[in-house]
Structure formats: structure tokens, C-alpha cells
Design a protein around this ligand. Structure first.
Ligand code: SF4
Length: 368
């Protein structure tokens, strides 16, 4: 058993019906990449995100048509929606009036205190939170000058200024993100801010990159912070279909035992002892279980050296032999199968476990 992570205490806010901070499960977010004004396409993408397990979705609101589209999108989706606004405070107000469940603004580029106040009053009226999104790329000029660059200290100073600004307007439903494109600066900034305030923190490494480097950077940056107990919600940024962001987000949480959704597949890397097509088997299992939400641990091991031990510790496991494999359930051998029937047998076993878990969870209605 790994040691439990002690989470940093943060105030709780709510984005629609999703609590963030204050010990709530870490919410997984993503952002659409369809034109927001295209209600049908955006709502369809959000529904796919919902199926992938996304808790909160964010849409870009670059113009009035996008702000107005929020009402139509909201009517077609089941998760809270955050409007992402830059520069124009009137768009923030329009988005809130159209039914947004939260705002993401950078008060630094919204303009005068009068404009920020107008946005805050509107959010207060509707009881919705605001995320202060500090981005290393758009830090205030005087802060960059003071710290001789967009440093972690500068990002934190910017965040604290904005927190103070909103609190000065008697507004406390705040969360903060501090994003830089490199892991070290991002982690340093969050660590510093985490010790200075109790606002819930939204984690992410911005412009993390293409799929491969993006996953590595996000898993490192977000993972390091989460493992220290920092972070109340997260978004993995990938240059890909946003559903992949949700998938990676859950994998990070799963790896740290912070949240489970779907099966955890443990597979051996294979070596000279492997006598079955383990790569193919794992791929087929992963494919077949894409939509499975049951928190089952599945071990797929290549041989009888380490295989049976690992397979026994999992809920369900396979230990391969020469063209055959043994199927285990909760440490007990179910049966030996020829290689070509192994996947089918394992999936049938998964379906049985899933069914019994669903029966057990019927009361709570949630397998996540
Ligand atoms: Fe090799 Fe067996 Fe270990 Fe897989 S479980 S890496 S096949 S020794």
C-alpha cells in the first residue's frame, strides 16, 4: 500500500453542482476546441467529454456570438460550464447572463477596477465563482520588470494581487491557476502560492505540447503537486481531442490513488521470457474497456516468474505461459486458457465483477 496523500486544506467553492476544494474529490476539467458559437458542435463535444468523465468544461468566449451561445449549449449538456474571457468585461457579463456556471478571467487584462467590479457584481448576483488565471506569458509588465522575467515569484505576486482585488470587492468564490509552459516554474509557483493562501487551486501546465511531451509534462507537473497534496481541480492541456485530456487527467489521479475511474491495467513490460503476444493482448483489453467505469485492477503479466504474484494481487489477472495463460480472480486461479481465448475470458470476468460492483453501488449510484 502506498502512503495516503495529505491534501492541503482549501476553502470550498462550487462550480455548478461540482464542489472544488475543501476535501472534495479532485475535479477533472477540459476545454472545448469547437467554435463556441456553433452550439450543436460544441454541445456534442461536451457530451463526449461527459462520457469520458469530465466534471467541468470550459469554453472560449472571444465574441458576443460565443457568449450568447452559452444558453443553448447549457440546455444540451449535463456538466457545469465555465466561460473563458480575455480583455472584454462585457463578454464576461454576457456569458454569466447566458448561464455560465463560472468565469475564468485574468483580472490583469480585464481592465480598470470599475470593469472588474462590474464582472464581480454580476458573478455575485448569480452565485458563480471566478478563476483567476495567471499565465506566465501575460504577466503584468511591472511584475516582469520587478522580477526580471516571468518568474514563479512574479506569478505568485500577480495571483495575490488579484485575490486581494476580488476580496476587496467582497468576493470570495475564487480559485486560482498559475500556468507556465515549463514544469519547474509551474511547480515552484503553485508550491509558493499554496503556502500563502487557502484558495482552491486549479492545476495545469499550459501549452504542454503534443500528445507525447504534453502527457509527460502534465504528469510530472500536476503529479508532483498532487503528490504533495496541492491541487483541487486539474486540466491536462494537450494538442489533441479534449477527451484525451480527460483520460490523462484520470490516469494521473489513478496513479496517485487520488481518484478512480475505470479499470487500472497493470502490464509487465515483457522480456525474453514472454511467450505470448502481450502487447496485442493489452491493447485489445484496453480498447474493449474504454467505456468501462468500474474501478477494477487488472494485471496482464507475461510469464510465470513474476506474473502469478502480480496477477493474484489484482482483482483480475492473467499470467502468460507458452501460448497459454492462467486467469486469476482475487488471487484464485479461475482457469487456464489458450492464448487466443484469453482476452475473451478476461473480459467476461471483468463483466461479472462490474455487474457485482454495480449491484453494490446501486445505493450510492456512483462508481467513480
Ligand atoms: Fe518478463 Fe515475466 Fe517480468 Fe513480464 S512478468 S517482464 S515476462 S519476467
Amino acid at each position: 500500500m502506498s502512503e495516503a496523500i495529505i491534501r492541503r486544506p482549501a476553502r470550498q467553492i462550487r462550480v455548478g453542482n461540482v464542489p472544488v476544494g475543501g476535501g472534495a474529490v479532485i475535479a477533472v476539467q477540459s476545454m472545448t476546441n469547437t467554435p463556441t458559437a456553433d452550439v450543436a458542435a460544441t454541445a456534442a463535444q461536451i457530451r463526449r467529454l461527459e462520457q469520458a468523465g469530465c466534471d467541468i468544461v470550459r469554453v472560449a468566449v472571444p465574441d458576443e456570438a460565443s457568449a450568447a451561445a452559452i444558453a443553448g449549449i447549457k440546455a444540451r449538456i449535463g456538466i457545469p460550464l465555465i466561460a473563458d474571457i480575455h480583455f472584454d468585461h462585457r463578454l464576461a457579463i454576457a456569458a454569466v447572463r447566458a448561464g455560465a456556471d463560472g468565469l475564468r478571467i485574468n483580472p490583469g487584462n480585464i481592465g480598470t477596477v470599475r470593469k472588474v467590479r462590474a464582472v464581480v457584481e454580476c458573478a455575485k448576483e448569480r452565485g458563480i465563482p471566478i478563476r483567476i488565471g495567471v499565465n506566465a506569458g501575460s504577466l503584468e509588465k511591472e511584475i516582469v520588470k520587478k522580477y526580471r522575467g516571468a518568474t514563479a515569484e512574479g506569478m505568485v505576486e500577480s495571483a495575490l494581487r488579484h485575490i486581494e482585488l476580488l476580496r476587496g470587492l467582497d468576493f470570495d468564490a475564487i480559485k486560482v491557476s498559475l500556468k507556465a509552459s515549463d514544469v519547474a516554474r509551474t511547480v515552484a509557483a503553485y508550491r509558493r502560492l499554496a503556502g500563502l493562501t487557502d484558495v482552491p487551486l486549479h492545476l495545469g501546465v499550459t501549452e504542454a505540447g503534443t500528445l507525447f511531451s504534453g502527457i509527460v509534462k502534465s504528469a510530472l507537473g500536476i503529479g508532483m503537486l498532487l503528490s504533495e497534496g496541492i491541487g483541487d481541480t486539474l486540466r491536462v492541456s494537450l494538442t489533441r481531442d479534449p477527451s484525451e485530456e480527460v483520460r490523462v487527467g484520470f490516469e494521473i489521479l489513478k496513479a496517485l490513488h487520488l481518484r478512480r475511474r475505470g479499470p487500472e491495467i497493470i502490464a509487465c513490460p515483457t522480456c525474453g521470457r514472454t511467450r505470448i503476444d502481450l502487447f496485442g493482448i493489452v491493447e485489445r483489453i484496453e480498447q474493449a474497456l474504454t467505456g468501462c467505469t468500474a474501478p477494477i485492477t487488472i494485471a496482464v503479466m507475461g510469464c510465470v516468474v513474476n506474473g502469478p504474484g502480480e496477477a493474484r494481487e489484482a482483482d483480475i489477472g492473467i499470467a502468460g505461459g507458452d501460448g497459454v495463460g492462467i486467469l486469476f480472480r482475487k488471487g484464485k486461479v479461475v482457469k487456464k486458457f489458450p492464448e487466443e481465448r484469453l482476452v475473451e475470458a478476461l473480459l467476461a470476468e471483468v463483466a461479472r465483477v462490474e455487474k457485482s460492483l454495480k449491484r453494490e453501488a446501486a445505493g450510492s449510484g456512483d462508481l467513480r
